[in-house]
Design a protein around this ligand. Structure first.
Ligand code: HSE
Length: 414
């Protein structure tokens, strides 16, 4: 009987073996299509931690051990900036291609990493960093004409979309919905990054690097979380013919305007039906509107995309990183607002007078509801600046003692 030695097509050094890393190991263990990808070693903080059935690879806590195997590709799934940044730079400088799903790293150090990749002529791929289960970045990296967009709009955080969807449709409490998202492996290790909007802002920064050619500091993106969104807001949004969604928007037709946070999305809008853990990205190009949609988080979707990136590296079809980015700050975009009023409401006339004195004009309103001596009502305004709304909001609260919430509203697309 002859013993056939089957050589792997490529040997992977894995940095990090959490939810996604463990799923990646399981997927590669069960690959059936001939000689495939083999993980030589995984760098982890705690080798003794049980990572589930079928996660059977050599672990190390020492980077040099991992590099001594001379892997063909490094897959970085540590998350966070350090030591991930240093390890990726080290790998690239040894001319080892890198695949990562780390949007925090790319948003903060994308320029350094891309320059290192270019300098050493090695691929750096990160398809799973944004819309984890939807391949599109690599395609656009190879197709500069198609990538010539001037605005984008999307839902890029699966956890917050899942939470808002569960709360709006099932009446769940946000904490319960978040616990489900954590159990399903959608949330970040610190879920405050999902709920507070940081994860979406990081992905927006990565998208702007790609599609706008701009290097934008995270601090310059207007970023809001979904932590204050309550059943009242979902009910008023539904009555006004829409839903609250965790969106990103950016327009760089002239000055860059970028926003990440909850928004009222009218039912006729393509993002309205993007529910649960699904993400979507809508690109406005000179040749029309492009829409990508699919799973945005989850170990399986993310690990599959990472593996495809490794195949691109191995097959030699990976696109080179974009050459240069222009530093840019972001300004505010004026939008309509969903204003949620609750408490002992002044008359409709008084509210309209007060708002118009602040140059805020009402476009539509819900019925005025009341129960147990409490009233509530939703208003949709014409576009105005956040500062204008904030001033009016504080003024009404101080004068009448009611509570006033304000959520940006997207326009229906034509
Ligand atoms: N926590 C992220 C999300 C994971 O929920 O979208 C995918 O990047």
């Amino acid at each position: 009987m002859s013993t056939e030695v089957v050589l792997a097509r490529a040997r992977i050094g894995l940095l990090g073996c959490g939810n996604v890393g463990s799923e990646l190991v399981r997927l590669l263990t069960h690959q059936t299509n001939g000689p495939g990808l083999q993980i030589t070693r995984a760098l982890v903080r705690d080798p003794s931690r049980f990572r589930g059935e079928g996660v059977d690879v050599p672990f190390t806590t020492v980077t040099e051990d991992l590099l001594a195997d001379r892997p063909d590709v490094i897959v970085e799934l540590l998350g966070g900036c350090e030591p991930a940044r240093q390890l990726v730079v080290d790998a690239l400088s040894r001319r080892i291609p890198v695949v990562t799903a780390n949007k925090s790293l790319l948003a903060r150090h994308g320029r350094e990493l891309r320059e290192a990749a270019r300098r050493h002529h090695v691929p750096l791929l990160y398809e799973a960093a944004v819309l984890a289960g939807v391949p599109f970045l690599g395609t656009f990296a190879r197709r500069p004409l198609a990538a010539g967009a001037h605005a984008l709009l999307g839902i890029v955080n699966g956890t917050s979309n899942f939470v808002l969807t569960q709360c709006a449709r099932q009446g769940l409490e946000p904490q319960a919905a978040l616990a489900d998202a954590q159990r399903l492996g959608y949330a970040e290790p610190d879920p405050a990054n999902d709920i507070g909007g940081l994860d979406a802002a990081e992905k927006l920064v990565v998208l702007l690097q790609h599609f706008a050619g701009r290097e934008v500091a995270l601090s310059s993106v207007e970023t809001r979380g979904i932590g204050d969104i309550a059943q009242l807001h979902h009910a008023l949004a539904a009555e006004l013919g829409g839903a609250i969604k965790p969106v990103i928007t950016a327009d760089w037709t002239a000055d860059l305007r970028a926003f990440a946070g909850p928004a009222f999305v009218p039912a006729s809008h393509p993002l309205h039906g993007v529910a649960g853990v699904d993400n979507a990205l809508l690109l406005e190009t000179a040749r029309g509107r492009l829409l990508f949609q699919g799973p945005g988080a989850g170990p399986l979707a993310t690990a599959a995309t990472v593996i495809d990136d490794v195949h691109e590296v191995v097959d030699g079809v990976a696109a080179r990183p974009r050459s240069s980015l222009t530093p840019a700050g972001s300004r505010e975009q004026k939008t309509g607002w969903l204003i949620a009023l609750a408490g002992r409401l002044p008359s409709s006339l008084e509210i309209a007078d007060y708002l118009s004195a602040h140059a805020i004009y009402i476009r539509r309103s819900t019925e005025r509801h009341s129960a147990d001596g409490r009233e509530w009502q939703g208003l949709l305004t014409w576009p105005c600046a956040r500062e204008t709304v904030a001033r009016a909001r504080h003024g009404i609260e101080a004068a009448s003692g009611i509570s006033v919430g304000a959520i940006r509203a997207l326009e229906t697309l034509r």
